[in-house]
Ligand binder design. Sequence first.
Ligand SMILES: [Fe+2]
Length: 325
Amino acid sequence: MSLATLQSRPANDAKPSRIVIEPVTPIIGAEISGVDLTRPLDAETFAEIRQAIRKWRVIFFRDQDITNDQLKTFGRYFGPLTPAHPIAEGLDEHPEIWERAVDEYRVRRSENDNLKPGARKPRDYKGWHIDITFVANPNAYSLLYGVQIPEYGGDTLFANLIAAYEGLSPKIKALIDGLQAVHQTTSYDFGGPARPPRKDGRSTGPFVSLHPLVRIHPETGEKLLFLNPGTTTHIVGLKERESQALLDLLFFEVTRPEYQVRFRWRPKSLVVWDNQAVAHAGPIDYAHFDLPRVVRRITVAGDLPAGPDGFRSKALEGELFNVLG
Ligand SMILES: [Fe+2]
């Protein structure tokens, strides 16, 4: 597809849109330029952005010098916002915003290397995950803004979960279409017993949820592999070794290089991904650089995922992810 065919067509000659959408790979990821996210967006411009994320699953903006309020305003075009995280706190003045420094990854990973005997160590898979699937209603979209970005290192990878499903054989698709899997917080993933209480009084878990292993995308109707290397513990109804083997196969499929795009950050880059269609990993190389890296994230509320058989996700422990608006 040529760039020219992707450039937006103005609805009329008096108000031409300047948005340019440039795919990064044939299967996932597109960079969007020609839009200033410090300013309100007209309906036509946001419709083009929305269409781009449905098609390319993750979209990249560069050089967006936006405030925390402008970040939230842009996020609300996609839907109401959640708090920063079901367990971790947001910024004092902006409870929707989760600020992350790369140092957190370094500490958490080194703790994970020293788990007590018998403690469950989640699969690593270089940090691949879908955001917040330990709740029954994970966020629909995630927006991540680059505040302090090193000259090199700290890239984020994204994988297309719809392509991963479509790449399976019909026999494996038939096997997994009606299955469900348990996702839960782990000691690695914020579920430790010593969490301080939340300012809003909500429970800090543990959270355990049951999700369809194959999810129907709520906006496009496509099927996708809905599993999370970090938090999916087992598939319901299988023997343990069967569950492990099948999850290993599916994790391998999700993380195949041909379904991925790799994003190199710069300060003031903004990434929006469809958390209903992609897994991501980042920063994957934290152990190899010692430079500061700070990003801010907001999340857009999502529905209870649905499977091909109509099964809807449900909470086994813990509350639903709430909405701030
Ligand atoms: Fe994430």
